[in-house]
Design a protein around this ligand. Sequence first.
Ligand code: GLU
Ligand code: ZN
Length: 317
Amino acid sequence: MPNHQNPLSPADGYRGRFAPSPTGPLHAGSLVAALGSWLDARKNQGKWLLRIEDIDAPRTVPGADQEIMRQLLACGLSWDEEVTWQSRYTEPYQSALERLNGLGMIYPCTCSRQTILSALETQGITPARNQEIVYPGICRPPVVRTYECELGSPSNSAWRLALPPNSVIEFTDRALGKQRQNLNQEVGDFVLRRRDGLFTYQLAVVVDDAKQGITHVVRGQDLLGNTARQIYLQNVLGYSTPQYLHLPLVLDQHGEKLSKQTLASAIQTEDAKQSLNELRKAATHLGLQNLPDGESVSIGEWLYAATQAWNKSLTFS
Ligand code: GLU
Ligand code: ZN
């Protein structure tokens, strides 16, 4: 087993999830995350939940959730329990934010992106594209207190988490080993509720993973840099921390992660042959070997063999 200290048994109640943002159909990269998380859950006789992360309404593409579900089922990746949509029930995010306010851990911020970039520039810092913009604390009060006001929109201010000094998070990724992030230096006080009133991914994912009792998070390596923030939030909210496994990304010919921005094409799942072909590519990416080939194998048989092969595959190159 990947986790040698703590071999899993069904009694441990493994609960995993796949949490796509419905910004478009599944592409080769998102199928790797779906398949890897599904195999890990099935291998451990656990549950695999599907959560549609549509909290960022402006990025949500109508119908993409239905298409993702259709693609998953076409690939035989069925889920347990009811699908959840983040946008449909936001009270838990608000109450988590209010709890953090009660702890004197958040403060309002009206900075625009440009204000932040200008402030950084005066410090000689110009973040590169795709690089984290470390918030320089412009709106942070000297003493963070509990605010009496409504924490919601329309207030036109974002709410940021006030990180205490030396907020260093360490965790062990099941494939990548020891990870460490100094949140003060590498992230800064991050946003939990945006100026437009939307809760951020960081807050929503932590609240949902806790609410759904998720014990194992298996997802793409593009999210590795978010994990320390999420563990930090779990700690302050008193939630337990799942085990993390970050899977190798699928890159395009320019070495960029596949995404809607790079116009990644949807996986082809019109018939079983196409679906199996996509599954096979994802499995190769995950380092799974000796799976049944040929056209006569059914998706069910193939997934069974892939599940058997899964625990040998955790040494990704
Ligand atoms: N919704 C996120 C995404 O699609 C993934 C969240 C997660 O797995 O933690 O990038
Ligand atoms: Zn500000």
